[in-house]
Design a protein around this ligand. Structure first.
Ligand SMILES: [Zn+2]
Ligand SMILES: [Zn+2]
Length: 393
C-alpha cells in the first residue's frame, strides 16, 4: 500500500517548479512550501512531497528515496568499508558524515553509485536488503519481467457472470491492446451472488467462444479467446463442476469464495485438494485478502505452494490492486520450489486489463523473470503448458 508520494526533481532554479507543484488541481492543501521542499495533501488525503535538488545530488537523492531503509543502511555500510560516506546528498571521500561537495565522488546516474560500490545496477524493486547484494556480487541478479512481455490474462470475467463487458467487447478491447489471448473464466454456479454459470450456460458459453474464434480465424486474426471457469472450491473441498465438464475448458482457475471462517487446516486442505485435481491449472487469489477491506482467510501458504510444486499447478498473482495475492514476499520461495506464476487481471471491466502492468510490478518485487510467468508464453506454447498439467502424474 502507498503511504505517501515523494517526487525528486533536479533543477538549477526551483521557484517555478514549486509553484507548479502546489498549484496542481489535485492539491487540496499546502502543508509547507520552500525553495528545496514542498509538502501538500492531494485529493483523497494522501501526502505528497516534492524535493528539488542539484543535478549533482540527483542520483543520490533518487537512490535514497527509492531504496528501503534496510537497503540504504547496507549501501552506507558498503561505502564506509571503502573509506567513503554515502548519504542522500552524495558519495564523499570522507570518514565523517559530510555534505562537502569538494569531497564528492561524482556519479551521474544510480548505475555509477552502484558501480563505485562494486555492484551491478540493482533495480528499485529489489532494494530491500533481501539478498540483492549477495546476488549482485555473484552476478546472479535476475533479468526481471517486463510488463510488455505479458501476452494476455488467464482469469477474467464477462457479463455472463459479474463482469461489465460482453464477450464481443472483451475481444475488441483486448485485441486493440495487443494481447494474443484472453481467457474468459466466469464464476461457477455456487457463486450465485455473482451470477455464476450453471452447466448449461457454461456449455453455451463454450459454443459461443468457439464460434467467435472461428470468426476471428476466418478474418485472419491471430487473437483467440480461451474458454474457462473460475470454479468455486466448495467448503468440503469439492469443486463446483465435475471433472468431465472441466476437461472441456481451456483454462480452469480454482478459487475460494465461501467458507472463509473455516480454520487454517480446513482451508489449506481445500486448496491442496484443488491443486491435486489434474483439471485445475491454477489457484486463484490464494489468501482472499482485499487490501484496506478484508484480511486474508487462514491458509498455510507454504503447504499450498508445496502441493502446487508437486502437482505442477500454477499460482496466480492476482493483479487487482486490492488483491496482489500471492504477496510479493512469497514468490521467491514459490519459484525456488518450481511453481510457475500466472499474472491475472481478474478483469471485471475493460479498464482492468491495465492491471497486467501492476501485476508485473509485483512480480518484479518477487524477483520473477519472464520464464517464471506462464502468460509470457505464445498461444501455441501456452496450449502445450495447459495440456501438460492434465498429463501430469
Ligand atoms: Zn474470485
Ligand atoms: Zn475472478
Amino acid at each position: 500500500m502507498v503511504g505517501d508520494l515523494d517526487f525528486v526533481v533536479s533543477a538549477k532554479e526551483s521557484t517555478r517548479i514549486m509553484e507548479s507543484f502546489i498549484g496542481q488541481p489535485e492539491v487540496e492543501s499546502v502543508v509547507a512550501s520552500g525553495q528545496t521542499k514542498s509538502s501538500v495533501i492531494v485529493r483523497g488525503g494522501m501526502a505528497a512531497d516534492l524535493r528539488v535538488v542539484s543535478d549533482q545530488a540527483f542520483p543520490f537523492a533518487l537512490a535514497y528515496f527509492t531504496g528501503s531503509k534496510e537497503h540504504n543502511i547496507a549501501m552506507r555500510r558498503r561505502a564506509i568499508d571503502r573509506g567513503l560516506r554515502l548519504n542522500e546528498y552524495g558519495l564523499f571521500r570522507s570518514k565523517e558524515e559530510t555534505r562537502d561537495v569538494s569531497l564528492l565522488e561524482p556519479c551521474a546516474t544510480e548505475e555509477e553509485i552502484f558501480s563505485r560500490l562494486e555492484l551491478p545496477y540493482i533495480p528499485p524493486e529489489l532494494r530491500e536488503d533481501q539478498g540483492e547484494f549477495e546476488a549482485g556480487e555473484a552476478g546472479e541478479l535476475p533479468r526481471l519481467l517486463e510488463w510488455t512481455e505479458l501476452r494476455g490474462s488467464l482469469h477474467n470475467h464477462s457479463n455472463w457472470s459479474d463482469g461489465r463487458q460482453s464477450l464481443e467487447e472483451v475481444v475488441e478491447h483486448c485485441q486493440e491492446l495487443g494481447c494474443d489471448y484472453w481467457a474468459v473464466t466466469d464464476h461457477s454456479r455456487a457463486s450465485f451472488q455473482a451470477n455464476g454459470l450453471d452447466r448449461t450456460r457454461l456449455r453455451q458459453q463454450i459454443k459461443t467462444v468457439d464460434s467467435m474464434n472461428r470468426q476471428l480465424e476466418s478474418e485472419g486474426q491471430s487473437f483467440r479467446l480461451l474458454t474457462g471457469s473460475e470454479v468455486d472450491i466448495m467448503s468440503d473441498g469439492q469443486l463446483d463442476f465435475d471433472d468431465e465438464l472441466l476437461s472441456e475448458l481451456d483454462v480452469v482457475v480454482a478459487s475460494v469464495h465461501q467458507g472463509f471462517s473455516q480454520n487454517e487446516a480446513q482451508i489449506t486442505k481445500r486448496f491442496i485438494a484443488a491443486a491435486e485435481n489434474p483439471q485445475v491449472h491454477m489457484l486463484g487469489h490464494l489468501t482472499g485478502r482485499l487490501l484496506l477491506e478484508r484480511d486474508a482467510y487462514a491458509v498455510n501458504q507454504k503447504a499450498v505452494i508445496e502441493a502446487c510444486a508437486q502437482t505442477g499447478t500454477w499460482i496466480e498473482l492476482n493483479a487487482s490492486p486490492y488483491r496482489f495475492d500471492l504477496d510479493w514476499r512469497w514468490w521467491r520461495h514459490a519459484k525456488k520450489m518450481g511453481v510457475r506464476c500466472v499474472i491475472n487481471c481478474d478483469a471485471h471491466r475493460a479498464e482492468h486489463a491495465g492491471f497486467l502492468r501492476l501485476g508485473a510490478g509485483m512480480a518484479r518485487k518477487g524477483w520473477l523473470t519472464a520464464r517464471d510467468v506462464i502468460n509470457t508464453q505464445r498461444l501455441s506454447e501456452l496450449r502445450r503448458s495447459l495440456a501438460a498439467k492434465r498429463d501430469h502424474d
